[in-house]
Design a protein around this ligand. Structure first.
Ligand code: SAM
Length: 352
């Protein structure tokens, strides 16, 4: 029989609880170490084998004793293993930092260690006391204006986004019943990764990647590489002003999280005004549970990250339904939240 009542914790439990909290308190140290490891290309150098910290230090031109300590922290974080002192390999989780891994998150890790995000998080107190975006407070402009002025950071951002899209695009292309013909418009489609996956699976479908000028900068290269340049147009524009008017399906993935309700309504009104009455709108993104839980921490990380950077938020199903209904759409279906991290909300223009 336990010597403690349900409201007491033993001293061992207390130690575990302390360790659990201290680990979370230091979470940003692990996170930044993963970002720097990605920047140095450590996972690419380790590959499927085992490398010594000495070899890795030489190849990355870093200070060996410091690099070894970083690699040991990554062991504690489940990214690497140390089979013998100073000999490191990748875990299955860590292998995803390799550029050649099918679901690579290398640039995703780099992006979150970029000052773009670190500076925003340093301004969390500012956001909490004012409700304003910490990013704008630090940089004097919004994220997307900043990216437009910084092509290198923009390229990293687009590449990180496409890593996420590359993974979810395959699932979406096989999981959603896209028509065999017609035109699919990807609004805020970035470098065209999502459209590439869908068009590959539907040879009779045409596409338009629509994004800001800096957003589509890498799209022509992605499409030519996939041999899809003749089936897919690239259009630079502003979805607050206009969107292509000749689509059959409009897809808008991971975009509304960037914007507050007022801006989201404005984007939806632009879509409603320009898309044909017979077209379908697919919102692809996270749908939050009505109350927070521990089942998918990534949703809440993204939500809070949007709070300090773009000023947007993740939304629940009822919040999405309200936005769509207020802007002249009828919701036809909302994908099952349990089926994966991203859901598809299918809507059509409401009849007048
Ligand atoms: C979070 S990213 C998502 C990109 C892509 N849909 C994906 O899932 O990987 C948001 C996209 O919205 C684009 N965007 C931001 N403001 C825009 C605007 N005013 N008009 C068109 N696109 C815009 C950005 O350039 C960026 O590519």
């Amino acid at each position: 029989m336990s010597s403690t009542t349900p409201h007491q914790v033993s001293s061992t439990d207390k130690l575990d609880l302390r360790a659990a909290l201290i680990e979370r308190i230091g979470g940003y140290m692990t996170a930044h170490s993963i970002g720097v490891a990605a920047e140095l290309g450590l996972a690419d150098l380790i590959g499927t084998g085992t490398r010594t910290s000495g070899e890795l230090a030489e190849e990355t031109q870093t200070h060996e004793p410091s690099l070894r300590r970083l690699l040991r922290l990554l062991v504690a974080g489940g990214i690497t293993t140390e089979s013998r002192p100073g000999h490191f390999a990748l875990t299955e989780i860590g292998s995803q930092l390799r550029a050649d891994s099918p679901g690579s998150l290398k640039n995703f890790a780099r992006m979150f260690s970029d000052p773009l995000f670190l500076t925003s998080w340093q301004g969390l107190r500012h956001t909490l006391s004012s409700g304003e975006r910490a990013f704008d407070h630090a940089y004097g402009v919004g994220v997307y204006d900043h990216l437009a002025q910084h092509p290198e950071t923009s390229a990293l951002f687009n590449e990180a986004m496409s890593e996420e899209s590359r993974y979810s695009a395959g699932q979406l292309a096989s999981g959603y019943d896209f028509p065999a013909t017609g035109t699919l418009v990807d609004l805020g489609g970035g470098d065209g990764t999502l459209l590439t996956a869908i068009l590959r699976s539907r040879p009779g479908l045409r596409g338009i990647v629509f994004d800001s000028a800096s957003g589509v900068a890498e799209a022509p290269a992605t499409l030519s590489k996939a041999g899809l340049a003749d089936r897919c147009e690239v259009q630079a524009g502003d979805f607050f002003r206009s969107v292509p008017g000749d689509g059959d399906i409009y897809i808008i993935k991971s975009v509304f999280q960037d914007w507050g309700d007022e801006e989201s309504r404005a984007i939806l009104r632009t879509c409603r005004a320009h898309m044909p009455a017979s077209a379908t709108l697919l919102i692809v993104g996270t749908v939050l549970p009505e109350t927070a839980d521990t089942s998918a921490p990534v949703m809440f990380l993204t939500d809070a990250n949007m709070m300090v950077t773009t000023g947007g938020c993740e939304r629940t199903e009822s919040e999405f339904r309200a936005l769509l209904e207020e802007t002249g759409f009828t919701v036809e279906a909302v994908g099952d939240r349990d089926a994966g991290p991203l859901s598809v909300i299918q809507a059509v223009p409401a009849s007048a």
